[in-house]
Design a protein around this ligand. Structure first.
Ligand code: GLY
Length: 335
């Protein structure tokens, strides 16, 4: 309960200084009373702080949420971390395979899965959305499409850290996702970003190299519209991080948006989606992490995760903060 109390204390301290208090109240499931922020960006993990800053350069200058969510996560795709971009950890056969998707306010969406050798899978996903009649391209087809559309093969082999860790992993070759391997200085997972621009339009993006040491060919939730990302411009947007199989099983972000459509706050919708994961999973959810973040048309945001440690970054014109998400296994772990 310490976590919750200290969060509320921090929220109260902000009330006099920041208009964003209305948004913070949404986390605590309180009704909103005042005006919404003039632009809002929420993204997963600590990498979200840097990604949000890049995205804000667009939204802050009256750009579109679509341009912002692409530009934002491109920053993360270049960072040296475990699970996004070409510096990400490989699958068990040593290949780095990338998944990404993007969705805008007009219900347009594009996606790539198991894409190799391309630095910015999110931009390829956007090209799929804008230049083809399709939603999703995978594997070699996605790569060929990327090359034909001006992207370069930029594969230079595993990053230094990936090489070291892959060699270590090969000694035992065990596959067990580690809770919150995504958190920490360079070990964050998927970045998902959802944004509301000054014209009150929403878009979202999601990009990852997926679970480290996955089976070759495995695709997670991140490139799947309705699982890793969903946007309905009349209602809200949601994105996810963690064990993708659990999110796919419940069509997680589509569920979050539908719950918001039926009146739930972003926080309540994310919480119900996590509860659905626990209810429906055939696996032991105590041993894994899944987290959702969501925004709605009123400029409220919320998040909820299975385990302690899920963080998300929030940015508006007056506010920038890395938040600790509320989580399901709180009582079980603190008792
Ligand atoms: N959430 C990322 C993945 O499961 O691949």
């Amino acid at each position: 309960m310490q976590h919750r109390r200290s969060f509320l204390k921090k929220s109260i301290a902000l009330t006099t200084a920041l208009p964003i208090f209305n948004v913070l109240k949404s986390f605590a499931s309180s009704p909103i009373k005042a005006s919404k922020p003039n632009g809002l960006i929420v993204s997963t993990w600590d990498a979200g702080i840097r990604a949000n800053a890049a995205a804000w350069k667009i939204i802050g200058n009256n750009g579109t949420a679509l341009d912002a969510v692409e530009a934002g996560v491109k920053i993360t795709e270049l960072e040296n971390n475990c699970c996004v971009g070409l510096n990400g950890r490989p699958d068990r056969d040593g290949f780095v395979t990338l998944d990404a998707c993007i969705m805008d306010d007009k219900n347009r969406c594009g996606s790539v899965a198991m894409l190799q050798k391309i630095k910015h899978p999110i931009s390829v996903a956007r090209a799929v959305m804008e230049k083809t009649p399709h939603v999703m391209l995978v594997g070699d087809g996605a790569f060929q499409f990327a090359i034909k559309n001006g992207f370069k093969n930029e594969w230079k082999g595993l990053s230094k850290d990936s090489k070291i860790e892959y060699k270590k992993w090969l000694k035992e070759s065990k596959y067990k996702p580690i809770i919150n391997i995504e958190s920490g200085k360079r070990n964050h997972d998927t970045i998902g970003m959802i944004a509301l621009d000054k014209d009150n339009n929403m878009s979202g993006s999601c990009t990852t190299s997926g679970m480290a040491y996955k089976l070759h060919g495995r695709v997670g939730d991140s490139p799947i519209i309705g699982a890793g990302l969903f946007v309905d411009n009349e209602v809200g947007a949601a994105t996810s991080s963690g064990v993708g199989e659990e999110v796919i099983r419940i069509a997680g972000t589509h569920l979050v948006v539908e719950l918001m459509r039926n009146g739930d706050s972003p926080y309540a919708a994310c919480k119900k989606a996590v509860e659905r994961v626990v209810e429906k999973s055939p696996n032991n959810t105590k041993e894994m992490q899944v987290g959702f973040i969501a925004i709605n048309k009123k400029g409220q945001f919320g998040a909820y995760a299975l385990q302690k440690g899920f963080q998300y970054a929030v940015k508006t014109d007056t506010y920038e903060k890395l938040m600790d998400s509320d989580y399901y296994y709180k009582n079980q772990r603190e008792e």
